[in-house]
Design a protein around this ligand. Sequence first.
Ligand code: ATP
Ligand code: MG
Length: 149
Amino acid sequence: KTIDASAFLQRMIAKLQPSYEQKHVTLSLQSANSLYAAIDEERFEQVMMNLLNNALAHSEPHSRTTVTAAVEQQALLIQVQDEGEGIPAGDIPHVFERFYRVDKSRTRAKGGSGLGLAIVKEIVELHGGSIAVRSSPGKGTVFTIQLPL
Ligand code: ATP
Ligand code: MG
């Protein structure tokens, strides 16, 4: 079903705004209006919740997380960019694997199972899209989703 992606992302952000405010992390959307794409809302809600909860879990107070949506080369690009602790280069190739967690003890304390990003990747690929990650330890992380228009 074709939906307005910018309105959808705005709803996702509104949903997580209370958790972000509680930790004093700024969450915002940068998007053109009315970006239409074929998105299964229920499944894609899981994608956005996973990415935004990860960003929040790995961010410090007074940092920001930005969701950006844009059209580029016949694709809808959705980025989730945080200013959190980042992911070490050696772990980057593994973060989409089931049950993979960067710092086992740290992440266990935060209650993660390491399944979130594996599910995210599966749902994005079911939409015919792809997901990539770039990170600078100490500076932040950006996940980029590409969906065919
Ligand atoms: P779950 O999502 O199943 O509750 P999880 O968050 O630990 O558990 P994933 O979402 O799959 O699992 O993420 C895998 C690992 O990648 C995390 O444990 C964390 O170490 C790292 N990670 C994911 N997103 C970020 C991020 N935005 N910043 C820093 N590290 C991240
Ligand atoms: Mg997660």
